[in-house]
Ligand binder design. Structure first.
Ligand code: NAD
Length: 241
């Protein structure tokens, strides 16, 4: 009788990728803080805070309608696609600060949106009641089932970040951390890099990246995401990290 050995499920190493607005810049979505960034044209307090919503919710809806329209006209770039390739060999979690859907459109399977998703609306009385937005507009008068105005399902400045605990859960599983296109200025999201295990390799891809203090095992790649990410992914697929 032939003895067939049981199939051993060797769990692939886990890579966590933490992305910010910079990964989508080459797709044509402006970042927040670069010289041509969004905040040069808008006052954050007038469009991305709970107080702004209270003061003039129509203006806030219109701001996000324009962002949604812009995002619908863009495509994922080489950096988004390269991260999908990593899944051939690794278990990959993408933790993104971005509200766009370019990681999903490229094909990434595990995406955690720390700051919400622009193509979703949510109830103003029940944060768990969410709706997909068809097209680019969410307008005054569009109501949840309780008859209250819907708001964009994004996390505004000054609001809690409910997905943070899920982000930490996957961070604790990670054997490698890749950070792409974030100024690391928005908290608590930026704590991700400081809370990664000191023992795992870490990479930052950002043309403006500067040394981050007290981070062990860190390599900084001062390149645009569209160039630096495919290079790093090819290297990791061939050689490991
Ligand atoms: P940020 O604007 O603070 O920083 C952008 C970073 O990207 C900078 O460090 C810059 O040097 C870098 N960058 C610019 N072009 C790049 C490129 N081609 N390749 C790689 N890096 C590049 O953005 P942030 O750190 O993500 O934080 C700001 C907040 O803005 C986040 O909370 C996010 O939700 C929000 N945001 C999202 C989008 C989006 O969904 N695409 C766009 C703008 C802002």
């Amino acid at each position: 009788m032939e003895i067939v050995p049981p199939k051993i499920n060797i769990m692939a190493n886990t890579i966590v990728v933490f992305t910010g607005a910079g990964i989508s810049a080459e797709s044509g979505i402006p970042t927040f803080r670069d010289s041509d960034g969004l905040w040069c044209n808008y006052d954050i307090n007038e469009v991305a805070t709970p107080e702004a919503w209270e003061r003039d919710y129509k203006k806030v809806l219109e701001f996000y309608n324009q962002r949604r329209k812009n995002i619908m006209e863009t495509e994922p770039n080489a950096a988004h696609y390269a991260l999908v390739k990593l899944e051939e060999k690794y278990r990959v979690f993408v933790i993104t600060q971005n509200i766009d859907d370019l990681h999903e459109r490229a094909g990434s399977t595990n995406v955690i949106h720390l700051h919400g998703e622009i193509f979703k609306a949510r109830s103003t009385v029940d944060p768990n009641l969410k709706y997909d937005i068809k097209g680019y507009e969410l307008n005054p008068g569009e109501l949840c089932k309780y008859g209250k105005q819907l708001r964009p399902d994004v996390v505004w400045f000054g609001e809690e970040v409910p997905m943070m605990s899920e982000a930490y859960r996957v961070l604790n599983l990670s054997d490698c951390l890749i950070v792409i296109g974030t100024s690391l200025q928005v908290y608590p999201a930026a704590y991700i890099i400081y809370n990664a295990s000191p023992n795992i390799p870490k990479f930052i891809i950002d043309p403006q990246a500067s040394q981050v203090n007290n981070i062990k095992n860190l390599k900084i790649i001062c390149k645009k995401a569209g160039e630096g990410t495919p290079e790093l992914v090819d290297y990791i697929l061939k050689n490991g990290f």
